[in-house]
Design a protein around this ligand. Structure first.
Ligand code: ZN
Ligand code: ZN
Length: 405
């Protein structure tokens, strides 16, 4: 029977062959069932009383994301006008798609795709990477252009877009995340816009720091006049151009360049919140939900490398290898080469490597299975190298060669 004296523990020192008593600070510990507890558990009359005392001590009083979690029994209230509105919008967008294929002029098709692309760029390089994550800096002209492109997309004003996204990163996949992916594909895709916000989203949303955007008059101007700007840039401008320049009908222009295009871009953006949180691998962090998705990257002009993005949100490339399927990164690189964007932030390779080795699921082409094989056997087979070359990741191939020596 081993007796352990917690207050003055003793252990046998093999070298000294005698009992050594650890010096302990004098303190009296309360006992529960014979075992000491670290500190006395105090009961409070109310949460307010506890918070008051914690505040006085300078303790953290908010819940951590892991503590918030997901309450699956929570019943959401559907906001029917929104639900019916989104359903109707998708139906007319389907009609717009029919018009685009069978009735619209070729230049209208080109214009619709161009407006879709520009509004997508406004969301990814503008709202997301510049205004939300501050992953690079941009001149006034660039910021103005990106805000106009973002207005084209019609995804609410930039201020609200950024607040929701910052909250999504801070409380990813918990009840305080506006589009908690634990609630399933439909909810994280569009369902969150059709139901009342969870109380945790409302309370945590108030604490999101938006001071940088509040100090930017361009952002605040867009917020103040959003409805007018939306009318001009998201509806009128895309519809007027085909009518004025190549005699398209108002009907066709409105249903293709405005309605179909808006719904298409919305779904591409939403797929980052839904599909890129559900289906794919997690080479950088398997303990979070976001995944790497080539498909989402293609449809969202480069935002589908989402496991990397959640692991390193400050990286302007939002992916380890930069421009693979990432037109948004190409655009930022192009802007930077002309001096319109600067101070681009990236993540050092050693940091990516450490993270992939520590928390990745082993699917990273270099730091995953092949890295393990390289470490244990000292070399890779031709088939492994062929597999790696198939990924067309020049960065990883280059580093593999370095690793093989
Ligand atoms: Zn996400
Ligand atoms: Zn983000």
């Amino acid at each position: 029977m081993i007796h352990v004296d917690f207050v003055n523990p003793t252990f046998q020192d093999e070298n000294l062959d005698k009992n050594v008593t650890c010096p302990q600070p004098k303190m009296t510990l309360p006992k529960t069932n014979g075992y000491p507890v670290a500190q006395e558990v105090k009961t409070y009359k109310s949460r307010e009383e506890q918070v008051k005392e914690m505040k006085a001590r300078g303790d953290y009083i908010g819940l951590l994301p892991a503590e918030i979690g997901t309450d699956y029994s929570f019943k959401r209230k559907i906001v029917w006008p929104n639900a019916i509105g989104f359903a109707a919008l998708h139906l007319v967008a389907l009609y717009g798609f029919w018009v685009l294929i069978f009735d619209a002029k070729v230049w209208t098709v080109v214009w619709t795709l161009f407006v879709a692309w520009s509004s997508g760029i406004g969301v990814t390089t503008g709202a997301h990477r510049l205004f939300c994550h501050r992953s690079y800096k941009a001149t006034f002209a660039t910021r103005l252009m990106l805000i106009l492109f973002h207005t084209l997309a019609g995804q609410n004003c930039l201020y609200i877009w950024v607040r929701d996204h910052r909250q999504h990163h801070k409380y990813s996949d918990t009840d305080a995340d506006p589009h908690n992916a634990h609630r399933g594909f439909f909810f994280s895709h569009v369902g969150w816009l059709m139901s009342r916000k969870h109380p945790a989203v409302i309370s945590k949303g108030k604490a999101i720091d938006m001071s940088d955007l509040e100090a930017d008059w361009l952002v605040m101007f867009q917020k103040e006049h959003y409805k007018t700007l939306y009318l001009i840039f998201a509806i009128l401008l895309p519809s007027v151009v085909p009518v004025y320049y190549w005699n398209e009908t108002w009907w066709n222009a409105f249903f293709t360049a405005y309605l179909f295009r808006s719904v298409l871009v919305l779904n591409c953006t939403w797929s980052v919140n839904s599909a890129a949180h559900l289906w794919g691998n997690q080479p950088f962090d398997k303990y979070m939900m976001p995944v790497e998705s080539g498909f989402v990257s293609m449809v969202s002009v480069g935002e589908g490398w989402h496991n990397y993005h959640h692991a390193f949100p400050w990286d302007y490339r939002a992916a380890e290898f930069g421009s693979k399927y990432s037109i948004s990164t190409l655009v930022i690189d192009a802007l930077a080469s002309c001096g319109f964007a600067y101070d681009l932030r990236t993540t050092p390779y050693h940091m990516v490597q450490k993270r992939a080795e520590r928390t990745g699921d082993g699917s990273h082409p270099i730091y995953g299975r092949l890295a393990e094989k390289l470490e244990t056997t000292g070399k890779l087979d031709d088939s492994d190298i062929a597999e790696l070359l198939k990924t067309k990741e020049t960065g990883s191939v280059r580093r593999l060669v370095t690793a093989q020596g």
